[in-house]
Every structure is written in C-alpha cells, then in structure tokens.
Design a protein around this ligand. Structure first.
Ligand SMILES: *[C@@H]1O[C@H](CO)[C@@H](O)[C@H](O)[C@H]1NC(C)=O
Ligand SMILES: *[C@@H]1O[C@H](CO)[C@@H](O)[C@H](O)[C@H]1NC(C)=O
Ligand SMILES: *[C@@H]1O[C@H](CO)[C@@H](O)[C@H](O)[C@H]1NC(C)=O
Ligand SMILES: *[C@@H]1O[C@H](CO)[C@@H](O)[C@H](O)[C@H]1NC(C)=O
Length: 387
C-alpha cells in the first residue's frame, strides 16, 4: 500500500530542470544546456567534440540514441551517438554514408516511432532525389555500417519530381507506419507507407502544391500534423506562409489542398527576402509554433504562434514577432515537450539559443532566457529537448 502511494505521488512532482541538445552547422560540437522553468535560467553545461557538424539532430523514441546529419561532409553521411547522463555524455557510434549515388548533402534525419527502429535520411542541394532507410542495432540504436563490409542500408529510394529535394519528414500521429515528406524542390508533399517488418517505404501519394498567379511556389520545408489527424500544416520556404491541408479518411490519410493560409511576413515584406523555416505542434497540440528567417543578416526574422481548435483547425494566428537576428541558417523554433507556452529558438548569426514564453493572454511572447554560444558561425542549428 505504501509503495503504491509513492508510485502515485511521483508523477505529481514536476521537474523544473530540462535538458536540451544543440547542434551546429560547420563546427564540430554538440552543446548540452539546462533550462530551469521556474527561474528561467538557461545554462551551458557541456561542449562535446564531434566528428562532424549536424544541421539537424533528432532523438530515438527511447532517447538513448541521437541521430544527426553530417551536413558539411561529402559524400553525404549520417551519424549516431549513444546518449547518457541526460545528454551530458555523447559517445559517437557510427558515421554511415547515404545510399543511392546522389550528390546532395545530408539535411534531415527522422527516427521511426515503431519497430523496427529504422532511420530515414534526406538530402538537399545538387542532386538530392535520394532517400535512405538505415537499419539500427537493436541493443544500442546505432546506425549500422560505416566500417566497410556489410552495409546496413535497408533501402535506397528516390523522390521523382523535377528538382526533388526533401527537407523534412513527419510521421502521421494518427496512424502507424505512414510518413509524409516535404519536397521543397518538387513543391510537393509525399505520402509513403512503411513496411512494419523491414522499415522500407512505398510511395502511395504525391500532392503537388498549387502555384499562385504570379508563379509563386510554396517550397514546402517542414510539416506538422495535428494529433487528431484531420489537418496538416506546411511551412512554405519560398512564399513564407503556413498553408493548411486536410487529410483524407482513406487508408493512408493522404493530404489535399485547402485555400487556408497565413503569412509569416508583415505587410510590405517581400517573400523573396525570407526563407521560412519551421512549423511544429506545441506539447498538447493546442498551439502551433512557426518561424521565418531573413536572407540578409542585417534583417530580422519572425516567430508566430497559432491557436488551434480541438479538431486542429486554426482558431487564430495569435502574433508574429520579430526575432533578434535574421536567424542566419536557423531561426529554428522548437516547442518544449512540457509547456505549450515555452519554445527554444536557435540562430547562427551571433550564435545563440533563446527560450521564448507565451504571455498568459496568448497574444504575445517574450524572450525569457538567452545564451550566447559563439563558436564562429557554426552554432546554433536546431535544439532537441531531451526532457
Ligand atoms: C544503397 O546504395 C548504396 C550506395 O549507392 C549501395 O552500396 C547499397 O548496396 C544500396 N543498398 C540497397 C539495399 O539497395
Ligand atoms: C490561452 O490559451 C489557453 C489554452 O488554450 C486557454 O485556456 C486560454 O483561455 C487562452 N487565453 C485567452 C485569454 O484566450
Ligand atoms: C567548443 O569546443 C571547441 C573545441 O573543442 C571550440 O572550438 C569551440 O569554440 C567551443 N565552443 C564554445 C562556444 O566555446
Ligand atoms: C550560418 O551557417 C551557415 C551554414 O554553415 C553559414 O554559411 C553561415 O555563414 C553561418 N552564419 C554566420 C553568420 O556565420
């Protein structure tokens, strides 16, 4: 009886300290930070040397393995690290080349939410049509291969549209083994089904997005799907908008265009001066955070928050606020897993991570913590919240 009481009480104690991992573009470090959500203290705890810089990092579902792009390396490759001590210790496991013979650079990596825990790598720039499905070691999560001999690649597949280059992938939160890809170069959203035994992908749909009267493309960069599985939101890098798609009730929940869109620009801004970056759901899915970045490093980017209805429809775009810098290659917003109102923002103009907190009335946000990580333009790419 006493034991079960203790077990009941434990979850009520909310941790005030959260850990974050931060990647870099062209320097070889991963930084571990802590954030105290009561005092708003953001602290740099560790600077870990890595064999490569990672423009994108993601954790395995069990958080024991960190996967990254080897962004600055040719031919394109992906890396994995064993994660210990809440992210304070990383041990490099493997660097594995992408398959398929394309000439693009590693840009994005996604780990599977279900077994087998395969990892998906995307390329960008030059010939970037190739997607790679990597196998992982069941006991360590490590990418398999890299040491010569047997390759751990499960599948090499391609996105076949003129200029195809996928910058982001997202699992369906509503059905298992369906994954969506944002094909920036092909101006399309792809739907693939995943083989539950091998992890290999089969294309089931591609939605080429509408082009406006002026010939403007969306250039889909990243995708967020609301937990109810009725709506998908796409951040358009080319037109600096968020567009809404509705998801079919068919077997694969394929997306369809709607007329609903929201600008990530202020009136008078020219979309050509920006390249919108991110869209992600908040912890509960009641809000959606998005960010834009300016091409000229003397300009400023934007952060925007949308309130969503229960079914995932946008109720309102709450605000669009300027960021301190253009964002450089980043201005990547990362909603926290513990509070809808808290998100982290990276930029590599001066090299910093900020914590943004939305006001109680949901009408604005403020920067509650700022940490400079100046390492010569490498930091900071994206943030992964470890806890
Ligand atoms: C994937 O491509 C790589 C290199 O292009 C090749 O070595 C490997 O055999 C391919 N694997 C599969 C499963 O097709
Ligand atoms: C802000 O958002 C929360 C969560 O959806 C909601 O409960 C609250 O009513 C909102 N506040 C205002 C002033 O709209
Ligand atoms: C992290 O360490 C590397 C050397 O290992 C160094 O070049 C870099 O400047 C350090 N980062 C910061 C922010 O001090
Ligand atoms: C940000 O990173 C990109 C990619 O490595 C680099 O080209 C750019 O110069 C960096 N920004 C600054 C201000 O150093």
């Amino acid at each position: 009886m006493l034991l079960s009481l203790v077990a009941l009480w434990t979850p009520a104690i909310t941790a005030a300290i959260h850990y974050l991992l931060v990647g870099t573009f062209s320097t070889n470090s991963i930084y571990t930070l802590s954030f105290d959500d009561e005092t708003n203290q953001l602290t740099g705890l560790a600077n870990m040397s890595t064999p490569v810089g990672s423009s994108w990092l993601t954790l395995s579902k069990d958080k024991r393995t960190l996967y990254g792009t080897a962004w600055d390396v040719q031919p394109a490759a992906f890396v994995s690290y064993a994660v210990e001590d809440e992210g304070l210790t990383l041990t490099h496991q493997a660097t594995v080349l992408a398959g398929g013979g394309c000439t693009g650079s590693a840009i994005f990596v996604l780990s599977a939410a279900d077994p087998p825990y395969t990892v998906y790598g995307n390329l960008y720039y030059r010939d970037a049509r190739c997607g790679t499905v990597f196998s992982t070691d069941p006991s360590t999560g490590a990418l398999v291969g890299g040491g010569g001999g047997d390759t751990g690649i499960v599948q090499n597949y391609t996105y076949e549209l003129p200029g195809s280059a996928v910058h982001g992938m997202t699992w369906s939160p509503a059905i298992a083994n369906v994954v969506y890809s944002a094909d920036t170069g092909g101006n399309a959203i792809w739907t693939h089904s995943r083989d539950k035994d091998t992890g290999a992908l089969t294309p089931v749909d591609k939605l080429v997005l509408p082009v406006d009267e002026q010939g403007g493309h969306c250039g889909p960069r990243h995708i967020a799907v609301h937990r109810q599985g009725l709506y998908m939101y796409v951040v358009c890098e080319a037109s600096s908008k968020i567009i809404q798609l509705w998801l079919d009730s068919d077997e694969f929940m394929t997306p369809h265009a709607t007329d609903n869109e929201w600008p990530l620009l202020r009136s008078g801004d020219d979309a050509a001066d920006f390249w919108a970056d991110e869209v992600l759901m908040s912890a509960s899915g009641d809000f959606m955070w998005a960010s834009n970045r300016a091409r000229d490093s003397s300009r400023q980017g934007y952060v925007s928050v949308f309130a969503l209805r229960f079914d995932g429809e946008v109720a309102a775009q709450m605000f669009l606020q300027e960021t301190a810098t253009s964002g450089g290659f980043a201005n990547a917003i990362a909603p926290s897993p513990f509070d809808d109102r808290v998100a982290a923002l990276t930029e590599n103009v001066t090299g910093s991570v900020e914590i943004w907190r939305m006001a109680d009335d949901n009408q604005s946000a403020s920067v509650v913590a700022h940490l400079d990580i100046p390492d010569g333009g490498g930091c900071c790419a994206n943030v992964v919240w470890y806890s």
